[in-house]
Design a protein around this ligand. Structure first.
Ligand SMILES: [Fe+2]
Length: 270
């Protein structure tokens, strides 16, 4: 199995910015693509990625793996991920610890799974199969959640840590998602972050969210909040430097605005 390199400071690659990136080759250390937009895509679309790959490492981040579902793993989808990862020499491949549907339905949502030993025993062999097909450690992100299960016996960090220990998978620690979920569930952010073993973490995500007073929503439609910057600084200080990127998926601004946000991330931990 190959190891996962630390790449520096990256951005989510969005269609609106591709032309600017190809023309100006900005000072970004790497880009993260949404895997689902490129698997089984027409050749010109993937060739564009190869053009960007000539100057920047690429990371694949998906939203359809549904590792927590009770449906069988989608082996065609995983095979397509493997093909794309080989073609663009992806530095690593990630998705979320969640499920996106059951009984063949696809909700387009990242739904929470119960943090129980039973769920862990269900997910572990699926991760083994996934990693066997991809021939590399897979990277799982903590998703933003809006409900918890009464029957949960493990905290989210305990579940993620156990999953890593039993499968060798890695973690994409989304600091914004920790802030969002912690607010929604009354978790203590420092306790959460301290419970994530640094050795499993290969990447950090940063993003903006919406604060509705009674709850926070992971909207990726604005700048990173002061609170998330504060906890990113804490995470960086306690766990060390990791490949770090800023996500922005709604109300996507001019590239310069996104690039300025990335420079803030650099300065935050300089
Ligand atoms: Fe994220």
């Amino acid at each position: 199995m190959r190891t996962t390199p630390s790449l520096g400071f990256g951005l989510g690659l969005r269609t609106a910015h591709v032309e600017t990136i190809l023309r100006t080759r900005p000072s970004v250390d790497w880009f993260e693509i949404i895997s689902d937009n490129y698997i089984n895509a027409h050749d010109g679309h993937v060739a564009m990625l190869e053009d960007i790959r000539a100057d920047y490492p690429l990371v694949m981040h998906g939203v359809s793996l549904s590792i927590g579902s009770t449906d069988p793993l989608n082996l065609e989808y995983i095979a397509a991920l493997a093909t794309l990862a080989a073609r663009i020499d992806a530095a690593f491949v990630s998705d979320h610890l969640c499920y996106t549907g059951v009984q063949g339905a696809f909700t387009h949502d990242l739904l929470p799974i119960p943090y129980t030993q039973e769920a862990l025993a269900h997910v572990v062999p699926r991760v083994h199969k996934l990693q066997e097909m991809l021939q590399r450690p897979f990277v799982f992100e903590n998703a933003s959640t809006y409900l918890e299960f009464d029957g949960a016996t493990l905290s989210e960090p305990e579940f993620l840590s156990e999953l890593c220990a039993q499968t060798g998978c890695k973690l994409l620690l989304d600091v914004n998602n920790v802030v969002v979920s912690s607010f929604n569930h009354g978790w203590d952010i420092k306790t959460y972050l301290d419970a994530i073993p640094a050795e499993h973490v290969v990447q950090y995500h940063l993003a903006g969210h919406s604060d509705l007073g009674t709850h926070k929503i992971d909207t990726h439609d604005q700048t990173v909040s002061d609170e998330v910057w504060q906890w990113f600084r804490y995470t960086h200080a306690t766990k060390g430097a990791r490949s770090t990127m800023v996500e922005w998926d709604e109300n996507i601004p001019e590239f310069e605005v996104l690039h300025a946000e990335l420079n803030l991330a650099r300065e935050c931990v300089a």
